[in-house]
Design a protein. Structure first.
Length: 277
């Protein structure tokens, strides 16, 4: 007995819906994703046009109606996604589930907080689904390598950031004592802001030391900045190399239960929930 026969007859429509919405291996699924991506691009374009004062003055009401149309369209699509998986909560807590929610909230929030609809552009993140539509599985594999490397690096990066935060507090405090309020360093938080800008080599130029000792300290901080920038790069690079050795080619198939993606091409069971693919 094949897999489709083992399911209850009344669940067949859900399986079909899942194939269309979550997978791009069928003509219907591919067409669905192409329409979805086109809608996302158009909705983001509408928000951008509304931010232009002259266009908003002439076509503001029309653009608002179009925004609501896309919001309702994406709301229906999101509900269908939840219906098509057997564990909707798991999908809601996934990356794409979270992005889908963020894509809907701004327009609804605009009823309470005027102007929040401009966060509508966050739905551009949903274009990450283009990798599935174009069946660029090799790019999916590279994306999973990068994700694995970032997860493996998070503890090292956390320690690094904590060290940097401690360092800028110390440098800012020293600069406050060296320069003083008469040279623009009127508080330790202001001095810390200067230390962050200098250490990261951004250099806004709105605040600079005037005394010889202050300039000497600034020179040391600038040189340190170049070395510090290389640290997280090296950490992530090492993890990417290790993750690449373990990587296997990914497939566009999505789990019908939890909606998770990124399975190996020869996978039979979902590596996240254990259900049959």
């Amino acid at each position: 007995m094949n897999r489709s026969d083992s399911r209850q007859p009344d669940a067949h429509w859900r399986v079909r819906l899942h194939e269309i919405i979550f997978e791009a291996d069928t003509p219907a699924g591919r067409a669905f994703d192409i329409v979805l991506i086109g809608s996302i691009l158009l909705s983001v374009l509408v928000v951008m046009l509304e931010s232009v004062a002259s266009i908003r003055a002439s076509y503001g009401q029309v653009l608002i109606r179009i925004e609501w149309f896309f919001t309702l369209l994406f709301t229906i699509e999101y509900i269908l996604r939840l219906i098509s998986v057997r564990r909707p909560l798991r999908y809601m807590l996934s990356f794409f589930g979270f992005v889908d929610i963020l894509a809907l909230l701004p327009t609804y929030l605009s009823l309470i907080l005027p102007g929040s609809q401009y966060l509508f552009t966050i739905r551009i993140l949903r274009l990450l689904r283009v990798f599935r539509v174009l069946k660029l599985s090799e790019y999916l594999s590279e994306a999973f390598v990068l994700t694995s490397a970032l997860k493996a690096s998070q503890r090292k990066i956390s320690v690094f950031i904590l060290t940097i935060l401690s360092l800028v507090v110390v440098i800012g405090s020293i600069m406050y004592m060296v320069e003083g309020e008469e040279n623009g360093f009127d508080s330790i938080p202001t001095s810390i802001y200067w230390a962050i800008v200098t250490l990261t080599t951004v250099g806004y130029g709105d605040l600079s030391p005037q005394t010889p000792w202050g300039k000497a300290l600034a020179s040391v901080v600038m040189v340190m900045g170049y070395g510090i920038i290389a640290v997280p790069t090296g950490i992530v690079t090492v993890e990417i190399s290790q993750a690449a050795l373990k990587a296997r080619q990914a497939t566009t198939q999505s789990c019908p239960v939890c909606g998770s993606e990124g399975h190996d091409s020869d996978a039979v069971f979902c590596k996240y929930c254990g259900n049959h693919l």
